[in-house]
Design a protein around this ligand. Structure first.
Ligand SMILES: *[C@@H]1O[C@H](CO)[C@@H](O)[C@H](O)[C@H]1NC(C)=O
Ligand SMILES: *[C@@H]1O[C@H](CO)[C@@H](O)[C@H](O)[C@H]1NC(C)=O
Ligand SMILES: *[C@@H]1O[C@H](CO)[C@@H](O)[C@H](O)[C@H]1NC(C)=O
Ligand SMILES: *[C@@H]1O[C@H](CO)[C@@H](O)[C@H](O)[C@H]1NC(C)=O
Ligand SMILES: *[C@@H]1O[C@H](CO)[C@@H](O)[C@H](O)[C@H]1NC(C)=O
Ligand SMILES: *[C@@H]1O[C@H](CO)[C@@H](O)[C@H](O)[C@H]1NC(C)=O
Ligand SMILES: *[C@@H]1O[C@H](CO)[C@@H](O)[C@H](O)[C@H]1NC(C)=O
Ligand SMILES: *[C@@H]1O[C@H](CO)[C@@H](O)[C@H](O)[C@H]1NC(C)=O
Ligand SMILES: *[C@@H]1O[C@H](CO)[C@@H](O)[C@H](O)[C@H]1NC(C)=O
Length: 503
């Protein structure tokens, strides 16, 4: 991805910055900076997902840089550990047995955990602290049980299984910890906040990496008592592609009902409100963590990143609620960063991918990303120096492997096996053949070209300059040479690995 010449320029700038920061010339490390990553779950930017984050927007966004074009390279996904384009490591949250096994099997753990960024940082002398949700299967017996602490973590507070707010099990450095439903003792977002403050106060010594992964805004959307009545009249926004029939889209979207059933609309409005309610506790988390960093005089030496694993939809193209689609609402994520050398109140339009986080953390730690298998690229140079917008990738790969049940849903036998996430009216949000790969280009034109691995080899093409809400699939009407060029570009992006994705 990107232009070779520009990438070389970025490396030079990065090296120059290293000198500015006082790192010894000739391969020495720059003075150590701490890293805090706050990673929410299912938080969109396109349908108002950042609206509840008033304090976060001031304390991280206005104190640093916002990336409105940040994207998750897979619309269902977890941490950008070492995710290599075309592979599945780093994926979180899949329901497909083979992939679940892949992402947490002992063989996967053995081969992939040493290649993930916490391992690199720990070997570089970082103290590493984790609290919150991890890969869905972690903590289960097949993934080594609660006693398995993933490699690279000095302090580990990993949630067993998928998002919950109460009644969960935590692996506290490999020791099982059961939690009930007392707000004071158990509300998971607050517990993550409290443990992180305790770490900062009592145990941290620079340099450290702290990753906080609250369950919000994922289902079951259980708000803290103080926020349970917030946004009582809020509804999902009715603009853009809300309740629009995606008649020219892939089969899964075509089978959605327009207009949606009233029960679906009531359901998605309630979910939308509850998502915002759960995010208010995350906004408090950010305030308290930034406040504690300040009180401990650590703010000037700490990078704070705020992002999410994927976007979300609520009624777009008449799909009630979920993620997993190729459209902007599901792939765009918030990304805000503050830290040493970053000027306040900046907005940068470069497309940053979730796979760029790992390389950026390594770069902050003074490690050479080119000596790893990572596909992403460090955006540290964009944070701290006025790099020209052209010195960055102009397009990127978006892909997803659909999930479907092996047997037909008893409520929707007509659909046959292979679908999942079905609503009572048999509108399904996913299927095994909702499997696609796309080129998303921002320059010279804003285009998205996608190929499906389904029986129709379905193709979608959007000109987002003319059609920002992706209402019109123009694959059948454009000049075929454009389709050909995009197909070639897609093949190239899918084949890249490590440095060839950057150069
Ligand atoms: C993931 O699982 C699939 C199916 O079981 C297997 O074919 C593939 O080789 C596995 N990949 C990795 C990286 O383990
Ligand atoms: C937690 O578990 C208790 C006991 O099983 C149950 O009564 C309660 O409804 C659960 N609470 C939540 C919020 O899941
Ligand atoms: C977190 O700490 C606050 C104040 O120190 C306390 O009131 C609250 O009960 C704690 N919550 C959890 C879930 O530990
Ligand atoms: C729709 O409205 C929401 C909430 O006001 C806003 O955040 C979003 O940008 C709007 N989207 C479109 C497509 O206009
Ligand atoms: C669905 O809601 C709309 C708007 O509130 C209402 O006009 C319509 O009658 C409702 N339809 C049904 C079947 O309840
Ligand atoms: C950033 O911009 C906002 C809104 O214009 C302003 O209120 C704030 O003071 C600015 N913050 C900094 C740190 O410059
Ligand atoms: C990083 O490693 C690559 C590959 O080994 C090497 O070519 C490059 O010079 C290194 N960069 C720096 C800044 O040391
Ligand atoms: C995708 O799979 C579903 C479920 O098996 C099937 O009903 C549908 O016809 C398939 N569509 C295409 C285009 O392959
Ligand atoms: C996309 O739309 C813009 C604005 O209408 C137009 O100028 C441009 O030529 C279109 N690009 C393609 C590839 O169709």
């Amino acid at each position: 991805m990107g232009h070779p010449a520009s990438w070389a320029a970025l490396l030079v700038l990065s090296a120059a910055w290293q000198l500015v920061l006082g790192g010894a010339a000739g391969g020495g490390r720059r003075s150590p900076h701490n890293i805090v990553l706050i990673l929410t779950d299912d938080q969109d930017t396109e349908i108002g997902g950042m609206t509840p984050m008033k304090k976060t927007q001031v304390l991280i966004g206005q104190a640093g840089v916002s990336f409105p074009n940040a994207v998750s390279a897979m619309a269902l996904w977890g941490l950008a550990w070492d995710m290599r384009t075309g592979d599945w490591e780093g994926e979180r949250g899949t329901g497909r047995p083979s992939l679940e096994g892949n992402c947490s099997s002992p063989a996967w753990q053995k081969s992939q955990e040493p290649l993930a960024f916490p391992s690199y940082l720990q070997r570089q002398g970082y103290q590493t602290f984790y609290a919150g949700k991890y890969l869905n299967q972690y903590g289960h017996p097949t993934a080594g049980g609660v006693q398995h602490v993933p490699l690279g973590w000095t302090y580990w507070n990993g949630l067993v299984g998928n998002s919950r707010y109460y009644n969960y099990t935590l692996s506290a450095n490999g020791r099982e910890e059961q939690h009930g439903q007392s707000y004071q003792d158990d509300y998971l977002t607050d517990l993550i906040t409290n443990r992180s403050l305790e770490f900062l106060q009592k145990w941290s010594h620079p340099p450290f990496l702290m990753v906080l992964a609250p369950p919000a805004a994922h289902s079951p959307w259980t708000a803290a008592p103080g926020y349970a009545t917030a946004y009582s009249t809020t509804k999902a926004p009715r603009n853009g592609s809300f309740n629009v029939h995606g008649k020219d889209k892939h089969w899964l979207v075509r089978q959605a009902r327009t207009p949606m059933a009233n029960t679906s609309i009531e359901f998605l409005d309630k979910a939308y409100r509850e998502r915002w309610q759960t995010l208010l506790s995350v906004d408090d988390l950010v305030e308290r963590v930034v406040g504690r960093l300040k009180a401990l005089d650590l703010l000037a030496s700490t990078y704070v990143f705020y992002t999410s694993d994927n976007g979300y939809h609520a009624g777009q193209f008449s799909l009630p609620i979920d993620k997993r689609q190729l459209y902007e609402f599901d792939i765009r994520v918030p990304l805000l960063v503050r830290g040493p050398g970053i000027k306040a109140n900046q907005t940068r339009l470069e497309p940053i991918l979730n796979i760029d986080l790992g390389p950026t953390f390594l770069d902050i730690a003074g490690l050479n990303v080119s000596q790893t298998a990572m596909d992403g690229q460090s955006f540290l140079p964009l944070l701290v120096t006025p790099v020209q917008p052209s010195a960055w990738r102009a397009d990127f790969l978006v892909q997803y492997t659909g999930e479907g049940h092996l047997t037909a849903d008893p409520a929707c036998p007509a659909l046959g096996p292979g679908v999942s996430q079905c609503f009572p009216d048999c509108v399904c949000e996913d299927a095994f053949n909702n499997t696609y790969a796309c080129v998303r280009a921002l320059h010279p034109h804003s285009l998205q070209y996608c190929e499906f691995a389904d029986r129709q080899a379905f193709v979608e093409l959007y000109n987002l300059t003319a059609d920002p809400h992706q209402l019109h699939n123009v694959a059948r009407s454009v000049d075929p040479t454009l389709l050909e060029a995009l197909n070639q570009r897609l093949i190239k992006l899918q084949a890249c690995e490590g440095p060839s994705c950057r150069a």
